[in-house]
Write a protein that binds this ligand. Sequence first.
Ligand SMILES: *[C@@H]1O[C@H](CO)[C@@H](O)[C@H](O)[C@H]1NC(C)=O
Ligand SMILES: *[C@@H]1O[C@H](CO)[C@@H](O)[C@H](O)[C@H]1NC(C)=O
Ligand SMILES: *[C@@H]1O[C@H](CO)[C@@H](O)[C@H](O)[C@H]1NC(C)=O
Ligand SMILES: *[C@@H]1O[C@H](CO)[C@@H](O)[C@H](O)[C@H]1NC(C)=O
Length: 351
Amino acid sequence: MTSFQFFAGVFLLVSVFFTDLKADPSSTAVNSTVPIRPRFNEDPGRIINGTLAAMEATRHQVGIRKALNDGYFYGTGHLCGGALIRPNFVLSAAHCFVDQIIYDGTFVPIEEFIVVMGNLDRFNSTNALTFTIAERFMLLDKFVLATYDKDIALLRLNDSVPTNHPTIRPIALNRNEIVDGVVCQVTGWGLTEEGYNSDYLMTLDVPVIGEQRCVEESDLGSLILPGMMCAGYLEEGQKDACSGDSGGPLVCQSKLAGIVSWGINCALPKLPGVYTEVSYYYDWVLEKMGEDDGSGDHSGSGDGDDDGSGDHSGSGDGDDDDNGGGGSMTILASSISLILPLFVSLRLMLN
Ligand SMILES: *[C@@H]1O[C@H](CO)[C@@H](O)[C@H](O)[C@H]1NC(C)=O
Ligand SMILES: *[C@@H]1O[C@H](CO)[C@@H](O)[C@H](O)[C@H]1NC(C)=O
Ligand SMILES: *[C@@H]1O[C@H](CO)[C@@H](O)[C@H](O)[C@H]1NC(C)=O
Ligand SMILES: *[C@@H]1O[C@H](CO)[C@@H](O)[C@H](O)[C@H]1NC(C)=O
């Protein structure tokens, strides 16, 4: 696969040094028939051979919808997934907000979206709550479609989910890197193997592929940047390596560890799904939510999800602030744009 790596390398170098030229996504040098694809519902992002999700395990799942479409018919505005991480904060992917018509990385204003949660059936509004986005935090002014770098968006909702809501509950953030082989669950309403959008939330087990193994053994190689993680079936591929909707949660050990980001086609051997690595951005997320980090005394914050009030063992609520320290990599996140070109070329040379 040297030729692939060569093309990928050239592509990355070009995109890093000429990002302003905004590469046409259909003419990427990786392979013009298999460009980096977002995992929108109309793209190959889908839960292949997954099973129906259970409410108990997916209460944090939200749907990000186009307000206009959903206004015509409830459920049809579905665009992306996301995860409720506090009663009034949702974590999703930055690329979900990219203007799909201009398609140069420009973001669409937050007024055009709503956030819906509370039902596994996206057309059923029973128990569901709808919010608008009051504030959106991202690490980029314009998304880099050629690399999918920093594919993370933190959304502050216009209101909070009431505590003890029957079908909605925030999920804790994963703080430490997930090691190779841990089996995680990805969920989404994306296309199924039958080729149409799922009405019901689907779930799929995917093992994490450690960064080193993903860079060395998959065909994604140097496309894997810091802050990205791989999960799927490296060898079998066709088994069910597809991820769910863009922005949707990858849950490992009952915590939010990844955000569905991108892939090259779907379910192919050597091309696992790529996720935004939550632990890498952990400090940034806490900072933007206005939560103090490192002191380990968040129990008094009154968010309602830090007190372990639920009796639901395994939900992991609110215990994402344990073992203070760590997360040092994350400090780089805010200044990484300065380092990136050097870093990428270094990786390319090593390959
Ligand atoms: C691009 O990928 C497709 C599908 O995997 C493959 O059939 C084709 O040969 C590839 N083209 C090049 C130039 O590598
Ligand atoms: C909608 O969901 C609720 C539970 O959340 C269920 O009781 C009800 O039967 C569903 N309605 C339809 C039309 O499927
Ligand atoms: C938040 O937005 C939703 C959806 O537009 C609306 O129904 C609700 O009243 C809003 N809440 C507040 C506190 O403004
Ligand atoms: C789904 O699973 C079946 C049975 O394991 C397999 O034959 C099929 O190829 C899978 N579908 C896809 C799209 O991978």
